[in-house]
Design a protein around this ligand. Structure first.
Ligand code: 5GP
Ligand code: ZN
Length: 113
């Protein structure tokens, strides 16, 4: 996807600080944090959304959750986190490249929406 901001961040066309990187994915800090800690886990390859990723590359989705589990202490999320992925118009997905929000570092509201 030539004009996709998360493709550009993942392939380093746009400089960004990677909190974590491997061949398959990156973790960055959200530019507009909605909690004390707010990260985005993003696959390097382009998938439009969680359904597209799950259909076309379930092993990547599985890898992402393995990394999230492995890196949670390094991320400051050892006490838990909220894991969100927005989907489509009603879900207010604003960047059409799948990204998994990881929110925590504090006790979050019991309400989600
Ligand atoms: P969505 O609304 O699609 O679920 O989430 C997109 C998220 O990406 C938002 O939380 C927004 O703050 C974040 N975001 C958008 N552009 C950038 C960027 O260039 N860098 C970073 N680090 N986060 C971004
Ligand atoms: Zn993309």
């Amino acid at each position: 996807m030539s004009n996709c901001i998360f493709c550009k961040i993942a392939n380093k066309e746009i400089p960004s600080q990677f909190i974590y990187e491997d061949d398959i994915m990156i973790i960055i800090k959200d530019i507009n944090p909605q909690a004390k800690l707010h990260y985005l886990a993003i696959p390097k390859a382009h998938y439009d959304n969680i359904v597209d990723l799950s259909n076309r590359a379930p092993e990547t989705l599985n890898h992402m959750f393995n990394v999230i589990a492995k890196e949670k202490d390094n991320l400051g999320l050892q006490n838990g986190m909220r894991v969100i992925t927005n989907l489509g118009e009603d879900g207010c997905q604003s960047v059409p490249h799948i990204h998994i929000h990881l929110l925590g570092g504090e006790k979050l509201s019991e309400k989600m929406g």
